[in-house]
Write a protein that binds this ligand. Structure first.
Ligand code: MD3
Ligand code: FE
Length: 212
């Protein structure tokens, strides 16, 4: 059915073993999530970080939860618990509840995220193929929430050179990555310019993680 009114019910699309897209799953909460992101950024501003290889990232980042994120000068990865508590707000209950419910719907009950990374993409911003393996327990999934402008997501295999599949991620889409898919290479193609009624000229992606 054509979604002329943007009010369709969420639906699940399995991607691979351990990976599922919950389409539009966060649409109802989207406005409230974006308002919280603005609050987090008011305390902990979006910055462009550097990859372990020294490249400036085109997506800007902020975060909330129990950990800081190492600064450019101190390397890459999670910092000590509450090391930047002055700037890093705790995870809002709304975020936690959404991430826990989505993980449960994907078969990962007991997920208890302690960190939320927020990426902000402007037109042209991208993320190169990488794996997420800085978290201690790789049996815990990652829950990703996309808001604002759409982006083409690439997901590959377990080697950087494996073939990739493309997937359009739109406002309100949630993806849960667990089981064997937890270590897949993935990335984001350069964002196309546009305007979104709730997010303006940006795409936001929130990833909920169990860091420690
Ligand atoms: C697949 N973010 O922050 S979200 C990241 O849209 C990151 O900003 C992208 O990759 C973004 O690390 C992609 C989808 C995603 C997140 C984590 C994954 C896919 C994943 C972890 C393992 C496998
Ligand atoms: Fe990632």
């Amino acid at each position: 059915m054509l979604d002329l009114f943007g009010d369709e019910e969420p639906w699940a699309e399995p991607l691979a073993e351990g990976a599922v897209v919950l389409r539009r799953r966060a649409r109802e909460q989207a406005g409230a999530i974006l308002a919280q992101v603005q609050q987090i950024a008011a305390r902990n501003p979006f910055v462009h970080r550097f990859t372990p290889g020294g490249q400036r990232m085109s997506a800007a980042m902020t975060h909330c939860g129990d950990f800081g994120w190492a600064s450019e000068s101190r390397g890459y990865g999670y910092a000590e618990p509450r090391s930047d508590a002055g700037r890093c707000p705790p995870m809002p209950a709304l975020f936690r509840e959404l991430a826990v419910s989505c993980a449960r719907e994907a078969g990962f009950s007991g997920f208890n995220p302690d960190f939320c990374l927020v990426n902000r993409y402007e037109p042209g911003a991208k993320m190169g193929l990488h794996q997420d393996k800085d978290e201690r327990d790789l049996r815990q999934p990652i829950v990703s929430v996309s808001l604002g402008l759409p982006a083409v997501f690439l997901f590959g295999g377990f080697e950087r050179t494996d073939a990739t599949q493309r997937l359009l991620l739109e406002h309100g889409d949630v993806v849960v990555w667990g089981g064997p898919s937890r270590l897949r290479f993935h990335g984001i193609l350069p964002l196309k310019p546009g305007s979104h009624p709730d997010a303006g000229a940006f795409r936001y992606n929130l990833t909920f993680r169990r860091a420690r």
